[in-house]
Design a protein around this ligand. Structure first.
Ligand code: SF4
Length: 86
């Protein structure tokens, strides 16, 4: 597998982003390295993303940032709110 195929970084919709920087602050890796306060974050090191979804959970604007979760990681992925299983 080529490394670039595994790199599934967050996607920020610049038209929705309020430039609050909360996704940058919560990220434990260097994904947003070099991002500046008051500007739309830059995805500098997409391969550093560990897909823990903190950036999506921290974002105050639903849909402004999304994370593409790789299939193998989906096996361990738990949504913030579990839906009722009927
Ligand atoms: S948390 Fe959401 S609104 Fe704030 S900078 Fe990140 S993507 Fe933009």
């Amino acid at each position: 597998m080529v490394i670039e195929e595994r790199a599934m970084p967050p996607i920020i919709k610049t038209e929705q982003c309020t430039k609050c920087g909360q996704c940058v602050d919560i990220c434990t890796e260097d994904v947003f390295y070099g991002s500046k306060k008051g500007e739309v974050p830059v995805v500098t090191y997409p391969r550093e993303c560990v897909h823990f979804n903190g950036c999506v959970d921290a974002c105050p604007v639903p849909g402004a940032i999304t994370l593409r979760i790789p299939l193998p990681v989906m096996l361990a992925f738990k949504p913030e709110v579990e839906e009722d299983i009927v």
